[in-house]
Design a protein around this ligand. Structure first.
Ligand code: S3P
Length: 431
């Protein structure tokens, strides 16, 4: 159990490469496992969440070798998974549980997937519902919470319209759809990250998106691939925010995934006045990749609401932490989803930012962090509630506070960005 101590910094400067994208790493791992033949994944995310996915796949009989961030998978084929002898453990990872639920729903065996205390409190009805419509039987505590006992079946295709914008739910249905004879369709009224669709195409699936509807036709086989994961823009966002908080900062994050379903945060920062440049653009396996250059500039502040919430869902904590450094503050609305993430992120942000001296108003569906108050931020002892993104967001605020901030249980950053604190230390100029 470790406490991280964050000293104030004058500015951030340097060139950094962030870890491989967590969302994409999960998907490449799962599809490699379901493909025929070998796959090789470079720059695989060092996140504990992605290790949870690999561990679950191994328990399903998939042969996986990992050397640092290179992962080799011997594909089992769509029909080659084996009944696990023990429960599958997704630990802290919602993506692991929800995506694998889609795969397990189609297997000819029963399996149980569980997670840590945080994950066992998170809503699962959203995947149970469509997967049961397809023919699986899923038992859950109170019909909602993990552990999930999944009895797979021969699935029938459905046309599912997402009641809440969630890439995880969309992905669960599409992965199940690989096994459903005929065409599975998912309509998403609000666009969410499309890594699953892109990765499915990359592995040879028959998938097509038009007019907010994804159509997937079952195929007998997927082909193993050699892939490289782009850097994680959601991890980069913490460093970009740190640069924006501190005058004189300049930062380049290189090799970052710039998939347009993930870059709403950049658009929002730019609209507030952040000078952002994208260079070295290239396409890799359907994913746009490039370098992000940013320097400090005064930020206006703004409101995130409506569809933008889903498009920036993982960046909202750090955006809130930037609030005191803006002119008009940051307001986040229509973001009830934040309450069912790894922690209740609205409550955790309100409590901890107030603790550091920020002025915060909390709403059922969001919060408002007052602007022009960087001067009153002071170091404090804060509790990220076991939530990686909370710990990193608070670290950003801490860089611009007076006095040191102690982040308790800071090891929770391992869930997505194990090197976060050491990277921040290298980039922070104190003199
Ligand atoms: C993810 C989707 C989002 C996001 C999560 C990763 C994914 O969750 O918050 O960190 O990889 O599909 P929801 O689908 O619940 O919005």
């Amino acid at each position: 159990v470790s406490t991280a101590s964050i000293e104030p910094a004058r500015r951030i400067s340097g060139i950094v490469s962030v870890p491989g994208d967590k969302s994409i790493s999960h998907r490449y791992a799962i599809l490699s496992a379901l493909a025929e033949g070998p796959s090789e994944i470079q720059n695989f995310s060092p996140a504990a969440d992605c290790a949870s996915t690999l561990a679950c796949l191994e328990r399903l009989g998939v042969a996986i070798r990992r050397k640092e961030n290179r992962v080799s998978v011997r594909g089992a084929g769509l029909r080659g998974l084996r009944a696990p002898r023990r429960k599958l453990d997704a630990e802290n990872s919602g993506t692991t549980m929800r995506l694998l639920a889609g795969v397990l729903a189609a297997q000819a065996f029963e399996s149980v997937i569980t997670g840590d205390a945080s994950l066992r409190r998170r809503p699962m009805r959203r995947v149970i519902e469509p997967l049961e419509q397809m023919g699986a039987k899923i038992a859950a505590r109170d019909g909602e919470f993990a552990p999930l006992e999944i009895r797979g079946a021969a699935l029938t295709p459905i046309h599912y319209t997402l009641p809440i914008p969630s890439a995880q739910v969309k992905s669960a249905v599409l992965l199940a759809g690989l096994y459903a004879q005929g065409e599975t369709r998912v309509t998403e009224p609000v666009r969410t990250r499309d890594h699953t669709e892109l990765a499915l195409a990359e592995f040879g699936a028959d998938v097509l998106t038009a007019d907010r509807t994804i159509r997937l036709r079952a195929r007998a086989r997927l082909e193993g691939r050699s892939l490289t994961v782009p850097g994680d823009i959601s991890s980069a966002a913490f460093l970009l925010a740190a640069a924006l908080a501190l005058p004189g900062s300049q930062l380049v994050a290189s090799g970052v995934g710039l998939n347009p379903t993930r870059t709403a945060i950049l658009d929002f920062l730019a609209a507030m006045g952040a000078p952002i440049q994208l260079t070295e653009l290239s396409m890799r396996h359907g994913e746009l990749v490039g370098d992000i250059s940013i320097r400090h500039a005064p930020l206006r502040g703004g409101v995130v609401a409506g569809d933008a919430v889903a498009q920036m869902i993982d960046e909202l904590p750090v955006l809130a932490a930037l609030g005191p450094f803006t002119e008009e503050g940051i307001e986040i609305r229509n973001a009830q989803e934040l309450r069912v993430k790894e922690s209740d992120r609205i409550a955790a942000l309100a409590e901890n930012l107030r603790n550091m001296g920020a002025q915060v108003e909390e709403f059922p569906d969001g919060l408002r962090v007052a602007g022009r108050s960087a001067g009153v931020l002071r170091g404090a002892s804060v509790d990220p509630r076991g939530d990686h993104r909370m710990a990193m967001a608070l670290a950003v605020a801490a860089l611009g506070a007076k006095g040191a901030t102690r982040i308790r249980h800071a090891e929770c950053v391992n869930v997505s960005y194990p090197e976060f604190f050491s990277t921040l230390r290298k980039l922070a100029q104190r003199a």
